[in-house]
Design a protein around this ligand. Sequence first.
Ligand SMILES: Cc1ncc(C[n+]2csc(CCOP(=O)(O)OP(=O)(O)O)c2C)c(N)n1
Ligand SMILES: [Mg+2]
Length: 540
Amino acid sequence: MTCGELLVRLLQDLGVEVVFGIPGVHTVELYRGLPATGIRHITPRHEQGAGFMADGYARVSGKPGVCFVITGPGMTNILTAMAQAYADSIPMLVISSVNRTHELGMGGGRLHELPSQRALVAGVSAFSHTLMRPEELPQVLSRAFAVFSSARPRPVHIEIPLDVITQSAGPELTKVGASTSRPMPDPTAIASAAQLLAAAQRPLLLLGGGSADAGSSATHLAELLDAPTAYTINAKGVLPRGHRLSVGSNQSLPPVRSLAAAADVVLAIGTELGETDYDVVFDGGFRLTGKLIRIDIDAEQLQRNFPADIAIISDARAAIDALVAALSNDTGPGRGHGVDSVGSTQAAAARAALAAQCPPAWRSQREVLQLIQDTLPDVIIAGDSTQPVYCGNHLYEATRPRSWFNSSTGYGTLGYGLPAAIGARLAAPSRPVVALIGDGGIQFTLPELGSAVEAGTPIIVLLWNNRGYGEIKRFMQQRSIKPIGVDLHTPDFLSIARAFGCAAAHATSLSHLGELLRTAASATCPTLIEVMEDAPFLQP
Ligand SMILES: Cc1ncc(C[n+]2csc(CCOP(=O)(O)OP(=O)(O)O)c2C)c(N)n1
Ligand SMILES: [Mg+2]
């Protein structure tokens, strides 16, 4: 067994079912043992596509997305996707080759050589490791999986020198470390938090992506506290749709900001309290004046953005359950229950105020989103950065967690939606998956339509076409800058999609769009549906 063969065998033992990669002369040895493992290989058309697919796969499955890339250009190409995953705390394992050990750092002008690949990756990974001997492999993979399952999940990079990948590896190396347990909350801190919460007159609950797997516990806690609850874009679906205490993902809008400013105790769980969820209007207007309790799996994150009065490092669900147990002994100030409770009334008032402030363009975009959800009830929507995604980030309510995510959060890179949808579909082959993407964004990764055909992932690409970088044009106009560089020559997307082997159609009305979605959901090939932003049926 070579080191390369050992690697894929260990990945199989760790539960890896699919890898995303583009092979090169430097990585063929990663492929020698792959057929024997049953791990599926998906080939993107660019390494950025591999990273975005791995990200979409991880967001839906909760498991790390794994990529195989070559040294040098493969690594530089995947960096943007690693940065998106880093910003949104997504588990991703990137395995690359690197030049021979005696060539490292020598600047000899070898094929694909970089001065230091690890230095390049340092800013977008939890850690990056150069494998010097096959003996290191079980330990370093165990470390990577400890990050994915028991700490703040983030990309991990392992580079294997060309002379190490072919070295022989003995059978004694096939044992990986025991899985690591997750941090449990400190009982004293939980008691202090429960005391504050029990006495709160106007509590507010803020849920982030870190609470994605704690839905029922978080809902129970919200009800016990009778607290209006806001959740981030990556936490959509944690509260059931239409919950009486929900104020959605509207932390950047005045009605929710007023609730936050007036809250006497705020409980923030698994959220960075970061700009792309709390201040998409970039005015610094999200303020907290009450006591702040934070729960997070990342100790450093507990100290960023908003200082906490009580900072609890813990797995989200464990801390929520501990709080529920502590609060159940204490009935609190009696805010009532059900739709007439103080919290329900506050949340309903905030929702009504939000509805009244809805921009006119959102009405038709909301209808489109509603149509998707009504036609495909269990849909996963992987979005890019485009108009209906921004609208949905405020108004869309997912039916369950891990079903609405997009690249307008965190790093905010274009081109994510299409490949992420492919990864999502591989993680959930029986659920409909829609890539919601603009004409600008899709042109970053358009050839991945070919990957979707090849992978047999019949995703639905809903292309929002306004012939340009609409969002940036709007910004320029708002600032009285004459729009430059934002009106695009857009190709005939339908012909391109068909040439790749996809079905393609142009929606002419809302009911026609519904029909197209229904047909696409039962198709065996991917379908691109184009919606023109200036179509009469979308005008306010
Ligand atoms: C990689 C990258 N380059 C540039 C940007 C800046 N940017 C943000 S939104 C946007 C416009 C995107 O256009 P499109 O996908 O057509 O969406 P629209 O706003 O027109 O709906 C641009 C250029 C970005 N976010 N990411
Ligand atoms: Mg556009």
